[in-house]
Design a protein around this ligand. Structure first.
Ligand code: PMT
Length: 379
């Protein structure tokens, strides 16, 4: 706490009932300058939802010391106290600094839990080997406070990898109108594109988000332009592309739109009816053909079969620097779900980003894009 405060960080403390048997909340209140939260249902909070308020407030969540018990609870999604519920409710990066007896640390179930938490994106700090509180010697000592703070600071620096870059991102579905009350659309929720916008912002970029109609909010540090149709999205992207260093097309843009829009509601008449469709303009292709195009262009590919083949074709045909391909129409990942997995291809390589929540996946993709941008700039 003292080291974090010394670096001008705002810190709020959550204590479990067990933690309070070691230290009084008053100690942390005095050190942090903020009241300490201990209860899941807090009548003092305006909306009685302390966990949601804390989850939205925090840029990082650090659990130190993390016992075998809290590690097991986080792994299995238990939410029976404020800390475990806060973990479920937050989208920010989470760090744990385990501390326990070395036999407990080495127990197969603890090691399995740690591995699973890491695949969920939780970052591990320590533990170290040495003298333990129980009098034994081995792995399980919590890392030194200075090492924990160093890890948090290192991460903050690497978060700022896209500083001074302008990034344009498209997200969500489009609506193609048939008449004043009906439209053709798709199942995109915008979650993937919005997570990318947030990850790019956290990496220090200036972000413009061109959004189809979705039910999501975005940070007020992101410039957001709302559109409905593929044609509007085309215009919104193309008119800004030349001012951006990177374009990421995560939107599910309609490939076809009704050839004409009826000004009046179409009446029910014959048993069968045919809608004439015409191709929309391809935004990615047109961005890549600009004279002053962004330095790095990333497309997405949503596929129900032969993912690698179709994704690589789109990479080539649309003249992209990178394509992030995902399976759609399956039980996990793709449209609307909170999780997704991506197979990312570029001209000289590929990488698989495993199934995880879209927030974490977006951060991984932004890191990958940053690496490729840096490589492109150095050649
Ligand atoms: O929004 P979510 O619910 O979180 O779901 C995320 C997602 C599945 C929508 C997202 O991960 C995704 O795959 N987005 C691209 C969907 C898509 O339209 O894929 P596609 O294979 O049909 O198109 C390939 C690429 O061409 C895409 O980058 C698309 O934005 C782009 N395109 C398509 C048509 C068009 N007229 N202009 C385009 O630029």
């Amino acid at each position: 706490m003292r080291l974090l405060r010394k670096q001008d960080n705002q810190v709020r403390v959550v204590m479990t009932h067990s933690a309070m048997q070691f230290i009084s909340p008053l100690t942390f209140q005095a050190l942090s300058g903020n009241s300490v939260s201990t209860e899941l249902l807090d009548a003092e909070e305006e909306n009685a939802m302390g966990h949601i308020n804390l989850a939205r407030w925090a840029d990082k969540l650090v659990i130190a010391p993390a016992t075998a018990n809290i590690i097991a609870k986080l792994t299995h999604g238990l939410a029976d106290d404020l800390l475990s519920t806060l973990y479920l409710a937050t989208n920010c990066p989470v760090y744990i600094a385990p501390a326990m007896n070395h036999v407990m640390w080495n127990k197969a179930v603890t090691q399995e839990n740690i591995l699973r938490l890491q695949t969920h994106g939780v970052q591990l700090i320590g533990p170290e080997s040495g003298d333990q509180a129980c009098g034994e010697v081995g792995f399980g000592r919590m890392s030194e406070a200075s090492d924990i703070v160093l890890k948090l600071t290192e991460e903050s620096c690497s978060d700022y990898t896209l500083q001074s870059k302008n990034i344009l991102i498209s997200a969500g579905p489009t609506r193609e109108f048939l008449d004043p009350v009906r439209y053709i659309t798709n199942r995109s929720s915008g979650k993937m594109g919005y997570a990318l916008a947030e990850a790019a912002l956290n990496a220090g970029a200036k972000v413009t988000l061109i959004s189809g109609p979705v039910n999501l909010t975005s940070s007020d540090k992101i410039t957001r332009i709302n559109v409905e149709t593929a044609e509007q999205m085309h215009h919104a992207v193309l008119s800004r592309a030349d001012k951006n260093d990177i374009y990421i097309g995560a939107a599910a843009v309609a490939d076809y739109t009704p050839a004409s829009i009826s000004l009046k509601k179409i009446k029910k008449q014959a048993n069968e009816s045919t809608i004439q469709l015409q191709k929309t303009r391809d935004i990615l292709t047109d961005v890549a053909a600009l004279k002053n195009k962004p330095n790095f262009i990333v497309g997405f590919a949503a596929e129900t079969d032969d993912l690698e083949h179709y994704a690589k074709n789109k990479l080539k045909q649309k003249k992209l620097d990178m394509i992030a391909a995902n399976w759609v129409g399956q039980e996990q990942g793709g449209f609307d779900k909170d999780e997704n997995a991506l197979q990312v291809y570029w001209n000289t390589g590929s990488q698989c980003l495993e199934m995880t929540n879209k927030t974490h996946l977006a951060k991984q993709l932004i890191n990958l894009i940053t690496e490729r941008v840096n490589e492109k700039n150095s050649t």
